[in-house]
Design a protein. Structure first.
Lengths: 58, 681
């Protein structure tokens, strides 16, 4: 059961599904008090950032 | 105990490599290649990569990486090494390692296989890992920035020009592969077209319905893509729809050009990002499936170890074994493009310096394994069938009878009946002259899949493989156009400020238009070329990619020397010397060879003479001036690329010489060392 849960965590991390949760944890620790971005704002911002440099190859 | 295990691996590896090298029977089982590859990778990873990381790079696990020092919860963030491995592999693996080996199989299975293994273990993996490490030490700086910081402005400028050129040629050649796969194939065309609205649908889902739930969005998308493969079959059987999607290569080329432009200017969340998620899932799934299927089925390889075409007379592309096998297979052995990814997103995620071994060296090893699988898929076909699919009409003859007669006369028997049956089984009207590598790879993959997972679905597997390759390629195409646009805007910003603003729409449209026009030109010429166009564009792409690898290795060698590691400089210096020899020889031959199938100028000359003497048909005469101009342009481009490489090499040698003589050089751009303990508290 524990193994399965870890596998699920790994799959979510590979798909970047956990990015927002990780951002919230970091945000709370680093800028406690300020309002974090909403899930949607965060997602759109991340897409923009990811696709600004070379992210895909031949 | 440990030691004897590794001795055993070495012995098995040596036996397998010796076996494939010396075997001269009718066929050889693919497991020989698989075992040889696994042993070579295992030894390379266990010993060479460990030595390079410890001695040459002196990676220090107690030194805080930028992900730890600059953690912002977004791009800089320490991440588990297997997850970074997954992201990095997904980023470097594209259609390149699938197409290159398929084309290089014209020399037989042996030369390509050996180059893929040796090139990866000693060249490609080392390059990827070293650049990843150096960029990690420099807060994730790009290859161009590192070249400028460490060597000087000349190296930096060369890296930027090289990158932009390779991008243009790469996109053109990939566009051509996709056009050739869709040409007069209603099933493939309908399926590939359907992938666009599917991506848009997933984009809307991920933005509006369930923001950021990539996993479920992608699973829905994959289900829709599989449905699109089946749906393409229905289109193929419907008389009206069939006619609608039965398109010639010219309109398809315009479609690809239009798609590239639209995808580059639309917001990323709508088309580019969701397509990339789908492509990544599909890529990882299919590679895994292919590996399992190859092992289950362990097919026999029917291609000879070495064919007569090593003399340069090959029908798929002209040119002798040396240097052209090393140009044709870039991705899978050593790919300069990887240096751009290794010096971009990935270094910002690395949690410990020693992780570069798994992430840099390991990912490239896996990509090399993909290339080996592509080689197996190409060489398990009857050689006659392989050549019939991949040879252009200009080489073997335009009719089926002429083509089979020419190919059979080479000692690779094939009949028109055989090709017809195969095409029918794959749900295609014809498989003759389907150049570009994608159809022959799809036939190979379909036969592996169907014999491993149930016969009778050949046509479905074939079109699944085509869809898989097309999704891959269109992803590289739109992402590449976007990157090219950013680079161009950056450069144009120096000319006129507003053009440099990446969010100013007129500038976006202008720069995207320029990039698309650049690759669209080469794509269009490739489409009208009666020899298939791939034979011109692929070597040019290979030269460009190896040039970029040369620049990356120059940067790495220069930095090693500057850090007092002159005696280890051969680690990157030897692959660099090899690439310099290969690209320079290839360029020389592509420019001055009197053989019209190799030399650009000779081909231009011959066509010009034919045009002048009126020996061409009216249609041929209409496109001849464009083809002549293009061949001359290609010659100039190849010379430009090689000149850039030698300029960077000279710059690197100049800096190294000054280091040895104790003269001043640009200071190291390495970020100051911060101990792990300081960041953690």
């Amino acid at each position: 059961m524990k193994r399965l849960r870890e596998l699920w965590k790994l799959v979510r991390a590979l798909a970047t599904d956990d990015a927002y949760e990780r951002y919230l944890v970091h945000h709370a620790a680093a800028h406690g008090g300020a309002t974090p971005l909403s899930r949607r704002e965060f997602y759109l911002g991340e897409q923009q950032r990811k696709w600004t440099g070379v992210s895909r190859c031949c | 105990m440990r030691k004897s295990l590794w001795i055993l691996v070495a012995l098995i590896g040596a036996f397998a490599v010796g076996g494939i090298a010396l075997h001269r029977g009718e066929t050889i089982n693919a497991m020989w290649l698989v075992v040889a590859a696994i042993c070579v990778y295992a030894i390379g990873y266990r010993f060479y990569s460990a030595w390079v990381v410890a001695r040459v790079l002196s990676a220090d696990a107690s030194r805080a990486t930028p992900a730890l020092r600059l953690n912002n919860g977004r791009d800089f963030m320490p991440t588990h090494r297997w997850i970074v491995f997954g992201h990095h592999f997904a980023a470097i693996a594209g259609p390149g390692p699938l197409i290159g080996p398929t084309l290089a199989a014209q020399f037989g299975y042996l030369p390509g296989t050996l180059w893929i293994l040796v090139g990866a273990v000693l060249g490609g993996c080392v390059q990827d890992m070293t650049i990843l490490f150096l960029s990690t030490r420099r807060d994730g700086r790009s290859l161009g920035q590192m070249a400028r910081d460490e060597l000087g402005p000349v190296g930096g400028l060369a890296a930027i020009i090289g990158t932009l050129t390779i991008m243009i040629i790469l996109i053109a050649v990939l566009g051509l592969v996709v056009v050739n796969a869709m040409k007069h194939s209603p099933w493939a065309t309908a399926t590939v077209f359907a992938t666009i609205p599917i991506a848009v649908l997933i984009g809307l889902y991920l933005r509006n319905l369930r923001p950021g739930r990539v996993l479920e969005g992608s699973l829905i998308g994959i289900a829709l893509l599989l449905f699109a493969v089946v749906g393409g079959g229905w289109v193929d059987h419907h008389p009206t729809l069939r006619a609608l999607f039965d398109m010639d290569s010219k309109p398809l080329a315009w479609f690809v050009i239009g798609y590239g432009f639209i995808a580059a200017v639309l917001p990323v969340w709508l088309l580019l990002a969701p397509r990339d998620y789908l492509s990544t899932f599909l890529k990882l799934g299919t590679v895994l499936l292919l590996a399992i299927a190859v092992v289950i089925m362990s097919p026999d390889i029917k291609m000879p170890a070495v064919t007569q075409f090593i003399d340069g007379s090959g029908p798929i592309f002209g040119g002798a074994l040396f240097p052209f096998v090393f140009i044709t297979i870039a991705c899978g052995a050593i790919s300069g493009f990887h240096a751009l990814v290794s010096s971009g997103t990935t270094p910002k995620l690395i949690g410990s310096e020693t992780d570069v071994r798994l992430i840099g060296y390991g990912s490239m090893m896996l990509e090399s394994a993909v290339a080996i699988m592509a080689m197996i898929a190409a060489t398990l076909l009857d050689p006659g069938v392989y050549f019939a699919i991949n040879s252009g009409p200009g080489v073997v003859g335009a009719t089926a009878d002429a083509a089979v007669a020419t190919i059979s006369s080479w000692g690779f028997p094939v009949t028109a009946e055989q090709m017809h049956t195969l095409a029918r089984e794959m749900g295609e009207t014809t498989l003759f002259a389907r150049t570009g590598g994608a159809p022959s790879l799809a036939v190979g993959m379909a036969s592996i899949f169907s014999s491993a997972f149930g016969q009778g679905l050949l046509a479905l597997w074939y079109h699944f493989a085509i869809m898989f390759e097309a999704v891959f390629i269109l992803t590289t195409l739109d992402a590449g156009t976007r990157v090219g646009r950013f680079m161009l805007q950056d450069a144009l910003g120096h000319v006129w400020k507003p053009l440099g603003q990446t969010s100013w729409y007129p500038s976006v449209l202008f720069a995207s238009g320029l990039v698309v026009a650049g690759w669209g030109y080469f794509l269009y010429i490739g489409v009208v070329d009666p020899n298939g166009g791939i034979n011109i564009l692929w070597p040019l792409f290979g030269i460009a990619n190896q040039l970029l690898a040369g620049i990356a290795l120059c940067v790495a060698t220069g930095i090693l020397v500057k850090h007092g590691k002159l005696r280890y400089a051969w680690v990157t210096g030897v692959p660099l010397a090899w690439l310099a020899i290969v690209t320079t020889t290839a360029t020389w031959q592509k420019v001055v060879s009197p053989d019209v199938r190799v030399g650009f100028l000779a081909a231009a000359e011959q066509l010009a003479n034919k045009l002048a003497s009126g020996a061409l048909s009216p249609e041929q005469a209409a496109v001849a001036p464009q083809l002549i101009f293009n061949q001359r342009l290609d010659a100039a481009l190849a010379m430009l690329l090689t000149a850039i490489l030698w300029i960077v090499i000279a710059d690197m040698l100049r800096v190294s010489w000054r280091v040895v003589k104790g003269l001043p050089v640009p200071p190291s751009s390495e970020a100051p060392a911060v101990a792990l303990a300081e960041v953690r508290t």
